[in-house]
Design a protein around this ligand. Structure first.
Ligand code: AMP
Length: 291
């Protein structure tokens, strides 16, 4: 690992903590004629995050990963304090993946002084997780805007795992004419289908076994509605099956338009997505697939 002042000439991962250092380091790569791919994360990295770094490398970008557990996107009763943190483990994984810059700022570096400005995206935030997590997408849109403006990448990489978040960011970038390409990357799953998530470690062994049922349910719904079944009846039956299978709560299980996220009664002709949020013990799981 390196903290050199000319990281573009070195191998390995440059660790930067301040916006000024981030800009200096990115500038060194740009001067060497390279493009920049930003991967915003909250750390506790797994193969899903690593796939985003690989996505940047595949496009020829210098990968820049940010690690920041953003307090403004957590509600008062959510898991901000408990959210897993493993900075050294994250740096090791990023180094192994070929990431070149990691930006790991403090809260004061991200939010110096009183913040009077935020980014609100309407429409795509009004359903699904929006009403269940008030302020969440405002926190996400604002921190992602800040990270984009700090790194000024050519592209930024986001997982389809957080499908609503991906649509929010795409819409924000379009509406604010931000000069960044937003790339959505496929969800990376465990062998049994569970979408990888930093929060999966909250589950005990029994819950982890039950959790597999979510991906199965999404696939069953997708297959049925693709075959012409009515969405509402299909998702209602699948929700009941999830509860019977050991989930504690189905916050939503819905078929939506893949871009506007408006609920659909029938799939076709536009692309659709089956999206779900469920609770299992103290863990909240979200997942989605194409319908
Ligand atoms: P997080 O650290 O949870 O905020 O996630 C950072 C980025 O990684 C987001 O763009 C997520 O959508 C993405 N991500 C998280 N889990 C996965 C996964 N299993 N597959 C692909 N991308 C993921």
């Amino acid at each position: 690992m390196s903290t050199s002042t000319d990281p573009a000439r070195e191998q390995g991962l440059a660790i930067v903590r301040t916006v000024a250092d981030l800009r200096r380091t990115v500038a060194a790569f740009r001067k060497a004629g390279q493009t920049i791919g930003l991967v915003p994360t909250m750390g506790a990295l797994h193969e899903g995050h690593v796939s985003l770094v690989k996505g940047a490398l595949d496009r020829g970008d210098v990968p820049v990963t940010s690690i920041f557990v953003n307090p403004t996107q957590f509600g008062p009763n959510e898991d901000f304090a408990a959210y897993p943190r493993d900075e050294q483990g994250d740096f090791d994984k990023l180094q192994a993946a070929g990431c070149r810059i990691v930006f790991a700022p403090t809260k004061d570096e991200m939010y110096p002084g009183e913040q009077l400005t935020s980014v609100i995206v309407k429409g795509v935030t009004e359903g699904l997780c929006g009403p269940l997590r008030p302020g969440h997408f405002e926190g996400v849109a604002t921190v992602v805007s800040k990270l984009l403006l700090m790194a000024m990448p050519d592209r930024a990489f986001f997982g389809e795992k957080d499908y609503q978040q991906l649509q929010v960011i795409k819409r924000m970038v379009r509406d604010l004419s931000m000069p960044f390409e937003i790339v959505g990357m496929p969800t990376v799953r465990e062998a049994d289908g569970l979408a990888m998530s930093s929060r999966n470690r909250y589950m005990n062994a029994a819950e982890r076994k039950t959790a597999t049922g979510l991906y199965r349910a999404l696939n069953e719904v997708a297959q049925a509605v693709r075959g012409g079944a009515a969405c509402a009846a299909t998702t209602a039956a699948a929700s009941r099956a999830l509860l019977a299978g050991g989930f504690d709560k189905v916050e939503y299980l819905t078929v939506v338009d893949a871009e506007s996220l408006a609920p659909l009664e029938r799939v076709a002709p536009a692309p659709a997505r089956v999206v779900a949020a469920v609770r299992l013990g103290r863990t909240r799981l979200i997942d989605n697939i194409a319908a």
